[in-house]
Ligand binder design. Sequence first.
Ligand code: C2E
Ligand code: MG
Ligand code: MG
Length: 611
Amino acid sequence: MLLDKLRALTPQVPANQSLERAPVMDYAGRDDHQTLLANATIMMVDDEPITMEVVQTFLEDAGYEHFLLIEDSRLALDKILEHRPDILLLDLVMPHVSGFEILTRIRQHPKISYLPVIILTSSSEAETKLQALDKGATDFLAKPVDPSELALRVRNTLAAKAYQDQLAYYDPLTNLPNRRYFLDRLEWSIHQANRQNSQLAVLHIALNQFRRIYDALGPTASDQVIRQVAERIRECIRHTDTVGRTHTKEGYDNVLYRMGGNEFSVLCTQLCQPEDAAKVARRVLEVMRLPFDAGGTEVQMPTTIGIAGYPGDAQTLDTIVQRAGIAAAQAAEKGETTFEFYSDQMNLTSLQRLQMEADLRHAIQNDELVLHYQPKVDIKTNQVTGVETLVRWQRTTGELVYPNNFIPLAEECGLIHAIGVWVLQAACRQLAQWQSQGKWIHVAVNLSAKQLYGGGLVETVAKIIDANGIDPSYLTLELTESLFMEDADYTVQTLNRLMALNTRISMDDFGTGYSSLSYLKAFPLHELKIDRSFLSGVNANRHDQALVSAIVYLAHEFGLTVIAEGVEEASQLEFLATIGCDQYQGYLFSKPLPVAQITPMLSSCGIVNNV
Ligand code: C2E
Ligand code: MG
Ligand code: MG
């Protein structure tokens, strides 16, 4: 039978088996015409096997090697999706499904919509050709096919496709395959891993400080660094044969991809064990530790790598990519050049964070935030001079979440601004109420660095003071020590504007940052709060005693009120009294309390009504 003879001649691929070559664009970017021909896969769909046999023979003569012949038009689309040919020669008139219909479906399918399709038609009617063009045909060939015209059309179409692939699948800066290519290749590799029962891993490489270099040295120098990074990693991976990754038959050696601005990925296929991916990661980090030349400036490029394996860590394309990213972020939190394997615990944590973020978004509307108040006490008189507001999140589950467990998250996702405004408003409303009851008490509100540097803080504070009709000299704004140095000039400027509103400024947690006493001179301040870490040592440690005494002495020299935080024991208070510290806060006097409990305490503490 002719059909049998044809099958014997043609390297047919069984329906359930994929080609031993990578998808579509493996040859893209190479100008070697022979490679292009040898690697291209040509698919034909025609109900007449003899036509396909003839065409294949002509094309073999022209140097092509890979063919897929589909006689049953109903199978065409599935076969195209499975094998991803580089070009399709399509008959128009066929039983079951017409060429027009196949062409339409190809153009509508996101994964194959750019497949070049040459229509083989015996019809010489202009209208048929126009209709095919309308549906997106790339070219035509009249049957019976002329061998030289066939070779020419196929060659030109493939060359154009290679050029298009280069544009679509390669990063012009590094000439590395891009994200789109990566996803395509990963999908195919997963398919292969399933067939061969093998493993693969994705290494997500992040250059964490790249933005800083870009901001400092500009785009040209940054591009130069990216090119060096690409070259170094590509080189190091090329020589990483010890990881058990075998080069595939088609000589495929591109395993590094540029995913975006400062992100690269390595796809390790054919792994013997997941740990082999760690060897690749170690080598990459080793070459990344050497400095880079950024337009004449020597720069370091701290790098973290996250690794997720298939099928161990994730079972779908999306989850592998996502989990390698989660692992890289986790590695970045360690703040050094290092790598991390993905773990389910990581995923759980990031899912919990995501859930928490979503819940926190609703916390304000749902009235779930509450303020607690901790007294500030005058050491000489033992009278309450003010309170510090401390925010809590009362979740619908009943759980009371403390600020250290949600303020950092709120800062990360930007919710801190809304929370900050809510706290200021709630604190000023309470202050107004106390003032209306004749309780002239100072109320302190904590501000985050993000609020200070986010812009609009001074205007917001002014508006809230106005809206509540309070005397602003009773509002204290507490800013943690470490944020003062982020941008000293801007900080001084903003503090001066806040002071101009007649509010009081307090430097919180003194001793946790640089603890430089020169801050006291450099910044406009009213108050200094000594962090509780200093207080815990004052009973036993002479150095801590000396430090606290010096801080109190110097702060007084600069005219500041000094408050000691976290006083838990009477002996600490005694020490503070001997060195002349002004005020204290701590469990010794009272824990932070809800308004209902703090208000009576204010009445019974003999607040001075100094109207
Ligand atoms: P902070 O401003 O230094 O507040 C003092 C923290 O120490 C409070 O923790 C307080 O409950 C705790 N504390 C007070 N006395 C003692 C004591 O004697 N012993 C011990 N062990 N701890 C004591 P809290 O309420 O968990 O707040 C932690 C931090 O969260 C605050 O530190 C502040 O930086 C931040 N925070 C609180 N509320 C807000 C807010 O509304 N906005 C912003 N941005 N941050 C806030
Ligand atoms: Mg505070
Ligand atoms: Mg503090």
